[in-house]
Design a protein around this ligand. Sequence first.
Ligand code: ASP
Length: 408
Amino acid sequence: MMKKIELHWQILIALILAVIFGIYFKEYISWVSWMGVIFLRALKMIIIPLILSSIISGITNIGKAENIGRLGLKTMTYYLSTSMFAILTGLVLVNLFKPGIGADLNLSRKVDINAGTDSLGETLINVIPDNIFSALSSNGQMLSVIFFAMLFGFFITQIDKKPKKLLSGFFNAVFDVMMKLTLFIIKFTPIGIFGLVAEKVAQQDDLMALMQSMGLYMGVVLMALAFHAFVTLPLIARFVGKVNPWKQFNALRTPLITAFSTSSSSATLPLTMEAVEFNAGVSNKISSFTLPLGATINMDGTALYECVAVIFIAQAYGYDLSVIQQVIVVITALLASIGAAGIPMAGLVMITIILTAVGLPLEGVGLILAVDRILDMFRTTVNVWSDSCGASIIASSEGEDLKVGINT
Ligand code: ASP
C-alpha cells in the first residue's frame, strides 16, 4: 500500500510542479488556474462561520473560569502583551526590510483602495455594525463581525445556567464542525497551490525577482519569529516570571517538536499540558486553565505573521499604508490571532480579515499562499512556546515552586 505523503511534502511537490508548468506550459494555463480560484473561494466560504464560532466559543469558555478572577486577569495580560510585542517586532522588521517593495509581481489587479482611507475615528465607529446581518454578508466588515461575536459570547456568560449551557454547547459544537470543515478544505491545498502558483509563474517575466521577494519575505517572518522566541519571551520569562528560559525550553522539547510537525496548537495541547505539568512542575490548576485557553487565543507567532504578511502584500501591490492603516493592521492582527483556530493554516484564513480592514484585495492571499504552510510550522512552534512560557510565568507569580525556576 502506498504510504500517505504528509501535507507539507505534498505542498512542496505541488510547488515544484507548478513552477515547471508555469514556465513550460504557459499557453495551457487556463486549464489549471481554476483550481486556485476554487480553492480561494472555499477558503473565503469558511471565514465568517469560522470566526464567529471560534470567538463566541472562546469567550464563553473564558467565562466559565470567571471565578478564578486574578488568574484570569494575569493570563489575559500576558496573552495580550506578548502578542502585541510579537506584532511590533514583525512590524519593525517588515518596514525595515520591505520585502514586497520593488518586487515586480505583475499583479493583474491594481488596487482600488476604498476602505481604509477613513480616519481612525471613523474606523472605530464603523466597528459597531448598524446591521449585523449586512455586516455578515458583506466582505469589508470583518471587524464589526468580531465585535459582535465578542459581545454575543460575553453575554452568553451572563444568562441563566440552563440556556447558557445550551448556547455555549451549541457554539462549541459549531466550532468543532468548522474546524473539521477547515481541515477538509486544507487537504486540497496542494491542488490550490498548484493552480495559483502556476498562474503566477506563467504571468511572470522575471522569475528570479519573484523568488527573491518571496525568499526575503520568508526571511523577514523567520527572523521576527526568532527574535520573539529567543529574545523577547526568554527576557519576560527570566525577569518577570523568574523562570529559567533554558530549563523551560528543555522541559518543552517534545511539544515544541510536535507543534512544528503538526502545525496545530490544538493537536499539540495534550503534550503541552503534560510537559508543563510534569517537566516544568506547574500545578494542574494553572495549566488546565491557561493552556487550553492559550492554544486558541494566545498566538504570538500567528499575530506576528499576519502583520508581516499583510504589509508585504500591501508593498507588493505598490500601496503605501498610512500610519493609521498600520495601526489598524496591528489591532486587527491581534484580533485575528485571537480568533484563529489552533489548526493548520488557520492564520491564512484570518489574513483576509486584515486585508479587508485596510481595503486590500483578498486575492493578495494568493501571493503568500505558496509558502504559508512552511511558515505555519514555525509560527505554530512559537505559539506553543509562548503558551508554555505563560503557564510557567503565571505559576511562578502565584508562588508555585517550579522545576524550571531560576533558583532551582
Ligand atoms: N497553525 C497555527 C496554530 O495552530 C495557527 C495558524 O495558522 O497560524 O497555532
